[in-house]
Design a protein around this ligand. Structure first.
Ligand code: C2E
Ligand code: MG
Ligand code: MG
Length: 338
């Protein structure tokens, strides 16, 4: 419908919708009306395009209860366009191997190299070099992240395989598991099959699961993690402290390693309190029999402080940024590259 702008406000519209839905309300039905609005700026635009834009605004309220009015804006259009581009080029990206893992070193408290985390990068033919923040969320929302993650896990397994029989053999690679992976894949089957096919030690492939991923169905994930550990994998809780019920999650999930991100503590302005919390979290992890890795360490002071608090491992720009596999090998294995 077309309405003159001077004749209504968003509040008027909602009031009208409320009135309308009340007339239809009964004990069995609750009517919700959603309205998408496009404010006409250029009159020469085809009406079909205007309607598309109103529909796009409408898609914002998809699945919500109650009456809602949403307005179209250019940022919304831009976001939708970006999502389409990412999703439209994803399959080719995988097939043409535009996606690659970068390795960021993980070191012991003594500074010895223990392994690396595999972090995905996308060398996009049109959009250039993309970091996870630019496409992971889009793939997750579209239910496609498991295709990416399986690709990444294969890459990591292949690297571990290539290190076999060299002095690099004992090094580990950590991979990320997303919540959505658990909905689409049998993680236990996928992981055990992977290490079997490559003939690698499951102990060398560490599995990082974010704590928020585990919130959904604690009992199910508790069992999954126990089975993975029985099969020889080590499980890390990633981004510990970013969720709202970190402590209650720890009560039920028996992971091997707790991964704390310095970024979460940096954001809050009070360094004294942050330090007290870190101290307590690290001590608690130890009491629970877990090892601790702190990631996002950027300065020597942080490393020294965390070491006195008992952090066993470190990962962060202070040591190195994520880098291509070949660069990682050249940097850390100059002597015995094989
Ligand atoms: P994450 O797993 O917590 O990975 C750590 C992130 O912190 C990485 O960002 C890393 O580059 C960044 N980082 C490391 N050291 C420092 C530091 O000292 N300072 C700062 N400011 N940042 C540091 P990246 O590579 O952009 O990845 C972001 C997130 O995207 C990851 O967070 C992970 O949740 C997700 N991700 C990356 N690769 C994959 C993947 O293959 N699959 C899935 N599902 N998610 C992935
Ligand atoms: Mg991670
Ligand atoms: Mg993390």
């Amino acid at each position: 419908a077309y309405v003159e702008k001077t004749r209504f406000t968003a509040a008027d519209l909602l009031e009208g919708l409320d009135l309308l839905s009340r007339t239809f309300d009964s004990n069995t039905f609750k009517l919700s009306i959603h309205l998408g609005v496009y404010e006409i700026q250029e009159v020469p635009m085809p009406i079909a395009v205007m309607c598309d834009r109103a529909h796009l605004a409408l898609s914002l309220v998809h699945g919500e209860n109650g009456n809602k009015v949403e307005f179209y804006n250019d940022a919304l259009m831009e976001r939708t366009r970006l999502e389409k581009e990412i999703l439209g080029s994803f399959e080719a990206g995988i097939l043409e191997r535009q996606l690659a893992i970068y390795l960021q070193p993980q070191v012991s408290a003594d500074g010895d190299l223990l392994g690396a985390e595999a972090l995905v990068r996308w060398n996009h033919p049109e959009k250039g070099f993309l970091v996870p923040g630019q496409f992971i969320g889009i793939l997750e929302n579209a239910g496609q992240i498991h295709y990416l993650d399986q690709y990444v896990w294969e890459e990591a397994a292949a690297v571990l395989k290539s290190w076999q029989g060299t002095e690099r053999e004992g090094l580990t690679i950590s991979v990320n598991i997303s919540v959505n992976d658990m909905l689409h894949l049998d993680i236990y089957e996928t992981m055990t099959d992977l290490v079997q096919r490559y003939g690698i030690n499951p102990n060398h492939l560490k599995l990082e699961i974010t704590e928020t991923a585990l919130m959904g169905d604690i009992e199910k994930y508790r069992k999954l993690i126990a089975r993975l550990q029985n099969a020889g994998f080590e499980v890390e809780i990633d981004d510990f402290g970013s969720g709202y019920s970190s402590l209650s999650m720890l009560k039920d999930i028996e992971a091997d390693i707790l991964k704390i991100d310095m970024g979460f503590l940096r954001q809050t302005g009070n360094p004294k309190r942050s330090s007290v919390i870190l101290n307590a979290v690290i001590a608690m992890a130890k009491w629970l029999g877990m090892r601790v890795i702190t990631e996002g360490v950027e300065t020597k002071e942080q490393v020294e402080h965390l070491r006195t608090l008992g952090s066993d491992m470190f990962q962060g720009y202070f040591f190195a940024k994520p880098m291509p596999v070949a660069e990682f090998e050249a940097k850390y294995f100059r002597m015995n590259a094989g």
